[in-house]
Design a protein around this ligand. Sequence first.
Ligand SMILES: Nc1ncnc2c1ncn2[C@@H]1O[C@H](COP(=O)(O)OP(=O)(O)O)[C@@H](O)[C@H]1O
Ligand SMILES: O=C(CO)[C@@H](O)[C@H](O)COP(=O)(O)O
Length: 499
Amino acid sequence: MKYVIGVDLGTSAVKILLVDKQGAVVKSVSKAYPLIQERTGYSEQNPQDWVDGTTSGLVELLKDFDGDVRDIEGISFSGQMHGLVLLDENNEVLRPAILWNDTRTTAQCQQIYEAVGEERLLQITKNPALEGFTLPKILWVKQFEPEIFSKAKAFVLPKDYLRYKMTGRLQMELSDAAGTLLLDVSKKEWSTELCELLELDPALCQPLVYSHEEVGTVTAEFAAASGLAESTRVFAGGADNACGAIGAGILEDGKTLCSIGTSGVVLSYEANDDKDFGGKVHYFNHGAPDAFYTMGVTLAAGYSLSWFKETFAPDESFDGLLGEIGTVPAGSNGLLFTPYLVGERTPHADAAIRASFIGMDSSHQRKDFARAVLEGITFSLNESIELFRQNGKGIDLIVSIGGGAQNEDWLQMQADIFNAKIVRLTTEQGPGMGAAMLAAYGCQWFDSLKACADAFLQEDKEFQPNEEAVAAYRKLFAIYQNVYGQTKELNKKLLEFRK
Ligand SMILES: Nc1ncnc2c1ncn2[C@@H]1O[C@H](COP(=O)(O)OP(=O)(O)O)[C@@H](O)[C@H]1O
Ligand SMILES: O=C(CO)[C@@H](O)[C@H](O)COP(=O)(O)O
């Protein structure tokens, strides 16, 4: 039997899947690593933690492998997007990576608008300047850490760094490069115009490769450390949302994805680059050749739930914490949560906003709070769905993936709040499966990613909207939408008291 491996370098953990030629996940391993949050708005990780977690994860994955490791033909990657990894002339890491959910760069976003102009930026990158994207992070290091910046010879993204440590070759993969704000998304090339306007050396930008492109094999050193064979073919991989789309079969027009990982994403396939959302949703290159996708992002989706669990129920499992939410009615007995723990992106690009519980009552119990957290996250994602619907997209069926798709009450809640049929696949690990599919396609097991999706992906269960709950949530959503405007100024006043 032949196999491929998909490595999903997430924000909370690296998840590694061993997948056979039928698309079955033979074994999976997850290795968690910490977030470094020194100040409010800061979010960093140590790139060495990604490499160590992946190496020890592979060792564990291959521990009882009873075949020849050379039968693992290929490996590919899905990576948390936008994180800045700065490298010196020896490709050594210069500082901790600044992540996608780090929002310290509001002033640098302004600087980009002043240097480039809003319209021109949108023409080239198809996206607005948002704190989470990589370019403002580069400008922040240039301004505040000039000594470090003077040593920088390259920047890459998280999974591109991991792949470099596996192969010894440094490249940037296209679907992830789209999230840097330095790529001409339509031309699929680095924008020298943006580099010039922002006084950045274009040599910082590494050669671009496509998601399914073979970029080398595993070095002898990495093979010895991980147990992989040196012959294992390495394929570039993709941004986690591009891979999530592949792993959920979002490979043709009309298909929609909801992914609840640390972030939350509503994503729609785009065959072309010609739609105009005016920068209200992100517009990036897909991992599927020549395609694109649009998406709205909730910064703290699964993260809101993890925060709630770690703060109020640290010794319980997610299933334990959520065990009773099915007994709480829609609307959590009048308790409403907005998930703005680290600011927000869609539809409110606002780094200063923070979360709220509205309507706390002495009758509320922990289960009401747990349900309210899930409802708030799902309302936030519904704002993206509404944006898509307002732009003429019909959204009747949504494939739901990510850690959040493990809970059936949450999947039913998604059906009721989105007023759409929700489909769960046999694996909720869409990005890891998408990465494995890129390796399978790269190894020429299939003629196209679509053919691979048809062979690998299976529906597990459907969740239909319940009319009564849909009506209740429609009313609650209207109240939820008011909370942002009502708390925006209050949160600005609280800024000076934050850590
Ligand atoms: N059993 C569960 N039920 C509901 N949500 C869960 C469960 N387990 C994990 N989660 C949520 O999934 C998130 C992690 O999802 P994952 O897709 O692994 O994220 P990432 O790719 O960002 O590392 C956690 O933050 C948590 O909120
Ligand atoms: O910033 C974005 C997308 O623009 C996030 O979706 C990151 O890509 C992190 O993803 P997860 O770790 O939540 O999967």
